[in-house]
Design a protein around this ligand. Structure first.
Ligand SMILES: *Cc1c(COP(=O)(O)O)cnc(C)c1O
Length: 365
């Protein structure tokens, strides 16, 4: 590839000495489960998000599952989820025995449309679970208002939106509990799997803290049937290094996004739409084309790496066959799965490479 979709090694090399030193510090400490590095990262992540509590976990899927468990979701309860999201959002709901009830996106933003939620509510609805897809904050205020009126909880999937702001305020504490992934390719990415929840609710933070550690607060005393989903201290140490650079790296993503926006304005692609209350962090730069597959093939031949987020919407996955959806039940999700294309973006992507991507797109436009 002339321009790879994302070069994770480049992020490591930029901070090489610092990450290696942080990892060595953990190796030499002899402390390999929870402990001071995890405590320190939790404090720094909570502080960054402007919230009272962060709890470090093994991955983003567990963050969602444990957030729902902390809210005491029961089998048969319903959770409102976006129809177009990564399947993890749905799987977390199913994992606690609850039922994912999909709501279509606002066609402009690709995020769950607050206007469509009311029609999906039933007596069994317990939680609204918006996703801040591609690093663009979802429109939270109408959802928070609806939740207050109906006595529902709000869980946010912020796995793609580290540092994004909604109406000026960083994500992390708008809903009852907010779920993060630090999967290597995310804007704040570990050297392997990692995740967290953030919240201003001390009781929910405490519940997740106990659940992640076999349901135990005191060694060999188990209050609930928890799981083992503890943030690894080596990952915590690496994340502490990268967190210092997150805002700088987000600025580089913004620069790339604005360059795409200017250069591709006339090209016949549908470009991302950013509402005036949103301050996105450009985890992905997603365009739409009705000849997406052909365009992707042409770009691949030109050495430009692209990906599709996501080619099959959750309701059309084999995994959800038993839920009995027809493909046409959620037409926007289905249409977007056929039209979306993610262009290269990342803090280590050179602006000269962005030029190459734009030139190739113009050639095939
Ligand atoms: C990455 C991601 C997850 C899952 O995170 P993992 O750490 O890979 O388990 C959940 N939801 C969304 C929207 C994601 O992008």
């Amino acid at each position: 590839m002339t321009v790879p979709f994302l070069d994770l090694g480049a992020a490591y090399r930029e901070l090489d000495g610092e990450i290696s030193a942080a990892v060595s510090r953990v190796l030499e400490s002899g402390w390999y489960i929870l402990g001071p590095e995890v405590d320190a990262f939790e404090a720094e992540w909570a502080d960054y998000c402007g919230v009272d509590h962060a709890v470090g976990l093994a991955n983003g899927l567990d963050a969602l599952i444990l957030a729902l468990r902390a809210l005491d979701l029961k089998p048969g309860d319903e959770v409102i989820v976006p129809s177009n999201t990564y399947v993890a959002t749905w799987i977390a709901v199913s994992a606690v025995g609850a039922v994912p009830v999909p709501v279509e996106p606002d066609p402009a933003t690709h995020n769950m449309d607050p206007e469509r939620i009311a029609a999906a509510l039933t007596e069994k609805t317990k939680v609204l679970l918006p996703v801040h897809l591609y690093g663009q904050p979802a429109d939270l205020d109408p959802m928070l208002t609806l939740a207050r009126e109906k006595g529902l909880k709000v869980v946010e999937d912020a796995a793609q939106a580290h540092g994004a702001r909604y109406k000026g305020q960083r994500l992390g504490g708008h809903g009852d509990i907010v779920c993060w992934s630090f999967y290597p390719g995310k804007n704040l990415g570990a050297l392997g799997d990692a995740g967290a929840v953030t919240t201003n609710n001390a009781d929910l933070a405490d519940k997740v803290r106990v659940l992640r550690n076999y349901g135990s607060r005191e060694k060999y005393v188990n209050e609930v049937q928890g799981v083992n989903s503890r943030l690894d201290p080596i990952q915590a140490a690496a994340l502490r290094v990268k967190l210092k650079y997150l805002d700088d790296w987000t600025d580089r993503r913004r620069e790339i996004a604005s360059k795409y926006g200017e250069r591709l304005a006339e090209g016949g692609l549908v470009l991302p739409f950013v509402p005036n209350w949103a301050d996105p962090v450009w985890h992905l730069y997603v365009v739409r084309s009705n000849s997406r597959n052909e365009l992707q093939t042409n770009l691949t031949e030109d050495g430009i790496g692209t990906l599709i987020h996501y080619p099959i919407p959750p309701h059309m996955q084999e995994a959800y066959k038993s839920a009995g959806f027809a493909p046409e039940d959620l037409p926007i999700a289905r249409q977007y799965a056929n039209e979306v294309l993610s262009l290269p973006i990342g803090p280590q992507l050179a602006l000269s490479d962005v030029d190459k991507v734009c030139a190739a797109l113009q050639k095939h436009g």
